[in-house]
Ligand binder design. Structure first.
Ligand SMILES: Cc1ncc(COP(=O)(O)O)c(C=O)c1O
Length: 388
């Protein structure tokens, strides 16, 4: 197997999925898992999620069409940039559609007709930062998704929907991205869902609490903790038999089972440093160049090499900042040694640019058997659909 490549461990993915389903069964059996396509939409991953009963959670016309192509019978259509055609198709097909933009209300006005009921949900924009200081991704500027609760936009939209023939309010969507993935975030989400429904006297079919959970990290909150916190609060305003709880995990499911395997191709000494060059790159494990550290292990070809003070592990691209980490007082790495990055399945494969080298192979490991689930892209794939 030529490096670099991604390796999916099916048993780890299955364990994560089981843990999620067990926690849901325990705390809110009337529930749905919408797998977040954006987090990793490798077709094999999508087929796995479909086979495990997940709905497709999509946020663009392309993702919506991918969900249809992959044969998902249930789709949750979110996001501020839905296409009009796919939006109306989703509404008519009875999928879960959460409104996020004014223009979608205009589209509904055109489509509204008292003969046929269209159910829609509303993405809620609320002041998470004031409820969880320092934790919201939007920080002091606030989040930009959904209709704002505090300034009355949400109430106005609820009122507008009530006036449209055949349009029925079905649920609230409260996904929030956070810097911390803490239990506080989900406490705030659950409390906000209750406050809105109590105040507006709404009886939703579903409350969609979104994604953003930790997964595969024993010292962090588990699904059971998140669901315990949320269900205790939600039970005060919602009947678990009547209102379905929707979760939209991405990272927590698909980050843990995927590794990225690289090989040392050169070791270069300069007057200032010792650089270990590899055939992998930061663009494949940290395309946003934000990570401060990685989970990894080294598989040396030979043991017993001398200890060196510092080694800078670098990637194949020609960017100086394609440096992954520094080894201090560690055995000297040699050409042929492997460096394996762990837990890299989220926002990597689907965010990597086609920069200098194309997408690497993706392999699946299942009970020791390895198969290729996506061959690496070469020039043929790169030039497809173009004219010379
Ligand atoms: C609406 C929505 N749902 C779910 C997710 C998945 O989040 P995560 O991958 O952190 O679980 C996101 C990510 O941004 C999102 O925007």
């Amino acid at each position: 197997m030529k490096t670099p490549y991604y390796l999916i461990h099916q048993s780890i993915l299955e364990e994560e999925m089981d843990r999620l389903h067990m926690a849901l069964k325990r705390h809110w059996p009337n529930s749905v898992v919408g797998y977040s396509f954006k987090t990793n939409s490798l077709p094999w991953v999508l087929s796995f999620m479909k086979a495990h009963g997940c709905y497709a959670e999509v946020v663009s016309e392309d993702e919506y069409e991918l969900a249809e192509y992959m044969g998902f019978r249930h789709i949750i259509y979110n996001g501020p940039v839905k296409g009009k055609e796919s939006f109306l198709r989703a509404c008519k097909a009875g999928h879960i559609v959460n409104l996020d933009a004014e223009r979608e209300i205009e589209w509904l006005k055109e489509a509204a007709d008292s003969e046929e009921t269209i159910n829609v949900g509303l993405r809620v924009n609320f002041d998470l930062e004031s409820m969880c200081p320092g934790e919201a991704s939007g920080g002091e500027e606030g989040g930009r998704f959904g209709f704002n609760y505090e300034n009355g936009s949400l109430r106005r939209v609820v009122g507008e929907l009530e006036k449209l023939p055949g349009i029925r309010f079905a649920g609230l969507h409260l996904h929030c991205s956070s810097k911390t993935r803490s239990l506080n975030i989900y406490r705030a989400i659950a409390e906000t869902a209750c406050r809105i429904c109590d105040e507006y006297k709404l009886e939703p079919d579903y409350v969609d609490v979104g994604g953003g959970y930790f997964g595969g990290l024993p010292d962090k909150p588990q699904y059971d903790d998140y669901l315990n916190v949320m269900s205790e609060i939600l039970r005060k305003s919602f009947d678990p038999k009547r209102t379905c709880l929707i979760v939209e995990p991405g990272t927590s499911l698909i980050c843990p089972p995927i590794e990225y395997v690289t090989t040392v191709t050169d070791v270069k000494e300069t007057n200032r440093n010792r650089f270990v060059i590899t055939d992998g790159s930061r663009i494949h494990v940290d395309p946003l160049m934000r990570k401060k550290s990685y989970f990894y292990h080294v598989e040396p070809m030979r043991s017993g090499e001398g200890i060196v003070k510092t080694q800078i592990i670098s990637g194949f691209t020609c960017m100086e900042d394609d440096r992954l980490f520094q080894l201090t007082d560690a055995p000297a790495l040699q050409c042929g040694d492997r460096i394996v990055y762990e837990k890299v399945g989220a926002y990597t494969m689907c965010l990597s640019p086609l920069f200098i080298s194309y997408y690497p192979d993706v392999y699946l490991e299942d009970k020791g058997r390895i198969t290729c689930v996506r061959r690496r892209w070469g020039v043929k794939e790169y030039v497809q659909g173009t004219e010379e």
